[in-house]
Design a protein. Sequence first.
Length: 505
Amino acid sequence: MNDNIVLSMKGINKTFPGVKALDNVTFTLRKGEIHALMGENGAGKSTLIKVLTGVHPFDSGTILFQEDPKPLRIKSPEEAQRRGISTVFQEVNLCPNLSVAENLFIGHEPQKWHAIDWGEMNRRAGVLLKKLDITLDVTLALENYSLAMQQMVAIARAIDMKAQILILDEPTSSLDDREVAKLFTIMRQLKAEGVGIIFVTHFLNQVYEVCDRITVLRNGKLVGENLVSALPRVKLVAQMMGKGIDELAHLNYQKNTVKRGEEIIKAEGLGVSGSIKPFDISLYQGEVIGLAGLLGSGRSQLARALYGADKPDKGKLKLKGKHFIAHSPLDAMRGGMAYLPEDRKAEGIFSQLSVRANMMIALQAKRGMNNIIRRKEQDDLCEKMISLLQIKTPSLDTKVQSLSGGNQQKVILARWLLTEPDFLILDEPTRGIDIGTKTEIQKLVLDLAKEGKSLMFISSEIDEMLRTCNRMAILRDNEKIAELENQQLSQENIMAAIARGDKNE
């Protein structure tokens, strides 16, 4: 291998039942390089990473690592880690019940007299986090901290493993701008030290900010490898989606001016102690309202209060003009509400159940367990959703955990559409999914609004909300501080409102 190449994967093939996941894929990583691995959901990115890290055996091909002339076949993630390959996944894969320090050093705890040296472990944990400018009590359980902080702990653990190859799989999806900047600083430091970094992300601006090279996969095949400086964004998108540049112009669309229908939801002084401060908000038929704010601003808490996932202890809620109390999410569902949560792994999918079961579970609960939905009706409804949402699955009996993240998200969306809701809350529905699927979901949101449904849309991407929302509520510090609509809706106005916190804005 070339002295500058730390990893060479050639002709990698991997087949799952009914699916050719990787088809003769080649990937090369150089020392001191940040290399973006791009592609839509189902393109083969995760499979390639899992082949490299020993999660999945591959069918054929060769992997060469550093100066070793012998082909490498890693059999487990533990072996990958021993060889200097560390991975940080999008969905934090740590132990929430253990302390921060324990999570940082699990498997290689400092020892004294054949026992864990707790004092030394806590001291070293504090030093490691301080290097990343993270202030945490390392003796507290990880579950006491936000998802963003848990992600930073996972990154710190990978860095401490002295990795020669660091794989970051959607590491920024739950980080705010300040934390992303901090991560990029660390990545550049590691690059300067000669670490090769594989960076999987769907944020194009981040690729062009921090990466040196891009490899694009599509449908399990290599599309190409390019220097970032040689690949304009529109060409990158065209490669990822398999469309010509002219075709991409048709993906740009504008939301239509909406004439409000009847008032579906009206909250007055609604609040949850310790979660979201009392707020007023109204939602109308045929309208998409967005919730904007920085990470931790209270967007999800406001949505959960409306749905009854967190029980309000202040204020009142009206549903179609009538006083409404949701004692449980089932009450909200029967009232015509639906809620797609932010964390699809913890609150969305039932990973061990089939695609069919995941789609049907909400409708069955709404109808009641004494009114069992027959299999033929289940299949007809599910096939309709698969066609509508273009869900890629080998069959309805396939376990949902085997689908790509974007297709899992579509399955959850199908579940709630089958309940035919009047009011649908979508909390980060496009996080961690590819550009094509994002576009499909955005178009679906607008189509549902045209059909007369009322939707609440939460996204960390302001551009996405500007394309889909007719009105936007701004939150800061768990408080609704402003509303913008029509001509007021612009990125500049939204950021200014967040910065000022002016309730009269």
